[in-house]
Design a protein around this ligand. Structure first.
Ligand code: DQA
Length: 149
């Protein structure tokens, strides 16, 4: 069984009420339920965690390699500000798919750069919840090949 850790950064606990025109009307619990169901069909186990604190996210990334095979990570606004989270993704042996609900490339210029993207396996942005489901599928497909090699 492939073990996936899904991380959600700041403000993603507010999904459903936060700018629903940008992020949709469904909640983080709805998203987690959808991802858990999908993981089961992909033969993966999935744990999902959200934090508004950069240091907590750093600690989770550091510890992840002992219990998980890969990461799906929406770093929220920390994408655009956190060299430290970029360094953590560079430093972990785990493959990481960076995901964004909105199309960050189509938004304000400050959202165009992510400190994580160059260290990610890939980036999925702009598809709402499907950014996560596509990211999870891509990660599982990648792991199925790399773990069998
Ligand atoms: C986001 C995009 C970020 O720019 C923003 O700060 C978020 C959410 C997204 O999922 O579209 O908090 O990561």
């Amino acid at each position: 069984m492939v073990r996936v850790l899904v991380l959600h950064g700041p403000n993603l606990n507010l999904l459903g009420t936060r700018e629903p025109d940008v992020y949709g009307a469904q909640t983080l619990a709805d998203l987690e339920a959808e991802l858990t169901a999908l993981a089961a069909t992909l033969g993966a186990t999935l744990e999902s965690r959200q934090s508004n604190h950069e240091g907590v996210l750093l600690d989770w990334i550091h510890e992840a390699a002992s219990s998980f095979d890969g990461l799906v990570f929406n770093p929220g606004a920390f994408s655009h500000t956190s060299l430290a989270l970029g360094d953590a993704i560079a430093g972990t042996p785990l493959p990481c798919v960076e995901v964004h609900l909105s199309n960050v490339a189509a938004r304000e210029p400050v959202r165009h750069h992510s400190f994580l993207s160059k260290h990610a396996l890939g980036v999925v942005s702009g598809f709402g919840f499907a950014s996560y489901t596509l990211g999870l599928r891509a990660l599982c497909e990648y792991l199925a090949h790399s773990l069998n090699d």
